[in-house]
Design a protein around this ligand. Structure first.
Ligand SMILES: [Zn+2]
Length: 236
């Protein structure tokens, strides 16, 4: 299986890797910094570069059915052959916005402590669906959310086994998605003492890195569903 560097260090922007397999859609590497689409977060884009100065644009990343991470590329471009040593280089500016957005979505779940029934992250705008009946107080949410961001809460990951989680279900304060059963190790995302839940995505190290967030729209999508749309201010 591909070594998933992004699970350990979300800030690594590139890595050396070897091409281990080519299929019709993409390239499998022995290790990668590219996050595959999942949990509402888009798959990473970027480039592969190899010795003779060749560069291939990667249009996305996804997990194949067998769990391998596939780096997607256009078929009409020259691809590196199996066995080639490459440099895998993230489109870091885009990935970093995804990290800020993703972490901000966790904080939105802290401000609105209701079940989360869906969500989607893009660089421009993200949304979360909450299982709640009452209307969302947009101004109140904006104020609380930005207070949490500016407080500079540390963000970390914790690895536990499925048995440990089953023995201590109270570890999970907010459970928006059931952790995978029989997964050997489960990755938990921890934001200070505010949030602890299984999450495989990439996050910033400190909430202050999110900058300024703004709830731009709320919608009623059914009697038990409120949709909240969020944008981030540009950072210098
Ligand atoms: Zn997360």
């Amino acid at each position: 299986m591909t070594e998933a560097i992004f699970e350990i260090d979300a800030y690594q922007k590139d890595c050396r890797a070897k091409v281990v397999e080519l299929d019709s859609e993409g390239i499998v590497l022995d290790r990668t910094v590219f996050y595959p689409v999942g949990g509402g977060q888009p798959g990473d884009t970027g480039w592969l570069q190899w010795a003779d100065g060749q560069r291939l644009q990667l249009t996305g990343t996804r997990k194949r059915e067998d769990g391998e991470i596939l780096h997607l590329a256009e078929a009409d471009q020259p691809w590196p052959e199996t066995g080639t040593e490459v440099q895998a280089i993230l489109d870091w500016d885009l990935r970093y916005i995804h990290m800020r957005m993703h972490t901000c979505m966790h904080l939105l779940g802290v401000v609105l402590p209701h079940g989360v029934t869906g969500g989607n992250i893009t660089a421009k705008r993200s949304r979360l669906d909450f299982d709640m009946e009452e209307p969302v107080d947009k101004d109140g949410v904006n104020q609380q959310l930005n207070e949490l961001i500016q407080a500079g809460h540390p963000v970390s990951t914790i690895w536990i086994t499925g048995e440990e989680l089953a023995a201590q279900p109270e570890l999970i304060r907010t459970l928006s998605a059931a952790p995978p059963k029989d997964a050997g190790r489960i990755r938990l995302l921890k934001i200070s003492d505010l949030d602890l839940q299984p999450c495989a995505g990439t996050h910033v190290r400190n909430t202050a890195e999110i900058g300024f967030a703004s709830v731009v729209k709320t919608e009623k999508k059914g009697r038990h569903n409120r949709r909240v749309h969020l944008e981030l201010a540009e950072q210098e």
